[in-house]
Each structure stands twice: as structure tokens, then as C-alpha cells.
Design a protein around this ligand. Structure first.
Ligand code: FES
Length: 124
């Protein structure tokens, strides 16, 4: 069902884990499949300097988490907010149609983590 690139990333995912004392954390889920994705970010000077994920989900969810966390490292927050699931899918050289929702989780988790960071900043 998956292409070689997806299988390669799934078999050797990058950025697995959780950043202690993260600056922003985003946790999202898909009610239909029950999968959950959590992304934690380290942010300095409006730039994402580190990103990690914990994903309780399918192979596509794990592969998209890995690719998305790799892509946002080094990005300014506004740039990272532009990251779409489409770009993540392109990087994975495609996903089966029934697995596109898994990549949406990655986009949503990054956005949620940035929103969490901004909410914390507003309170500080
Ligand atoms: Fe739900 Fe992949 S099947 S995230």
C-alpha cells in the first residue's frame, strides 16, 4: 500500500520523543481512526530549533510526523504555519488516498504547538 519512501521513513523515523520543558506542545487526534499525534517544539527567537513527536498511529501518521518535524526545524514560526499536509505528502512522494488524513494530523499538530507557544507568550 505504501511507496518505498514512506516505508523508509516509517522504518527509520527521525525526531521520535518529547522535548522536556518544550516551548509549545500540540496534540491532535482523528476521531475516525483514533490515532493521536503529539508534537513538541523548542523555539528560540521566533524560530523552531527542535521538534519531536510521539505518534500513536498508523505507518503513514508516523512517517508524516517524522517528515513534518524535520521540515519545520530551522523555520520561523510564520513559515512553519504555512506548512501544509500537501507539502508533507509531496516529500513522502505520495500517500494512498485513504491515508491523506494522517498527513493532516501532522499539519494540525504543528499548528497546535505553535498556537500553544503563542498562548503561553501572551500570558507571560
Ligand atoms: Fe489515522 Fe493514519 S489511519 S492517522
Amino acid at each position: 500500500m505504501y511507496n518505498e519512501k514512506v516505508m523508509q521513513v516509517f522504518s527509520n523515523p527521525q525526531n521520535v520523543g518529547y522535548i522536556e520543558d518544550a516551548d509549545g506542545v500540540g496534540k491532535v487526534g482523528n476521531a475516525a481512526c483514533g490515532d493521536i499525534m503529539e508534537i513538541s517544539l523548542r523555539i528560540q527567537d521566533d524560530t523552531i530549533v527542535d521538534a519531536k513527536f510521539r505518534t500513536f498511529g498508523c505507518a503513514a501518521a508516523i512517517a508524516t510526523s517524522s517528515v513534518a518535524t524535520e521540515m519545520v526545524k530551522g523555520m520561523k514560526l510564520d513559515e512553519a504555519l504555512q506548512l501544509t499536509n500537501k507539502k508533507v505528502v509531496e516529500t513522502l512522494q505520495g500517500l494512498p488516498p485513504q491515508k491523506i488524513h494522517c498527513s493532516v494530523l501532522a499539519e494540525e499538530a504543528i499548528k497546535a504547538a505553535i498556537e500553544d507557544y503563542r498562548a503561553r507568550q501572551a500570558k507571560a
